[in-house]
Write a protein that binds this ligand. Sequence first.
Ligand code: ADP
Length: 161
Amino acid sequence: MATAVYPGSFDPITLGHIDIIKRLTPLYDEVVVLVSYSPHKNYLFTAEERKEFLRSNLLDLKNVRVDVHQGLTVDYLKKIKAKVIVRGLRAVVDFEYEMAMASMNKKLFPDIETALFFASPDCYYISSRAIKEIARYGGNLNGLVPPNIQPILLEKLKLPT
Ligand code: ADP
C-alpha cells in the first residue's frame, strides 16, 4: 500500500494546502497530513488546533488522515512504514529549502523519496504567513483560507480599533 506523508506547520491551513491534498488523494492509497510541532518554533495555533482545522476541512476525503508529530519527519515515516514525503513548491524561493530538506531526509533515511508538487496557478501566492498578515489588518480572506477558519483567524489576530 502506498502512503504519502505531507508534513508542514499548517499554521493555519490554507486553500493552497487543501489543493495539494486533493491532488494527492487519487495518487496514493493513503495520505497522512502531518502537523509538525517543534518546541523551538513559534506557532499562532497549537498543534491540536491546527490538526482540528485540517480535519474539519478534509472530512470528505476518505483516504486522508491527520496526525501530529514532534521530532524528525523521517522517524514518523519509519514508524508507519511509509516511503514518500510530499512537499509543495510555490516559487523558486521554495526550491533551495526543499532540495536541502529532501537531501537531508535522504541522508537520514535512504529508502524514502520526496515528491514535490507544483502549486496550482490559483494558489501559488498563498502562504500561511501572508494569511496571518492579512488577518492582522482585518483584510478579506475569501479564496485564501477555508470559510470556517476565517472568523477564528480574524478573532485571534485582528488589531484593536
Ligand atoms: P512549513 O512551515 O513546514 O514549510 P507550511 O505549512 O508552510 O509548512 O507548508 C507545508 C508545505 O506545503 C510546504 O512544502 C509548502 O511549500 C507547501 N505549501 C504551502 N503553501 C502552498 C501553496 N499555496 N501551494 C502549494 N504548496 C504550498
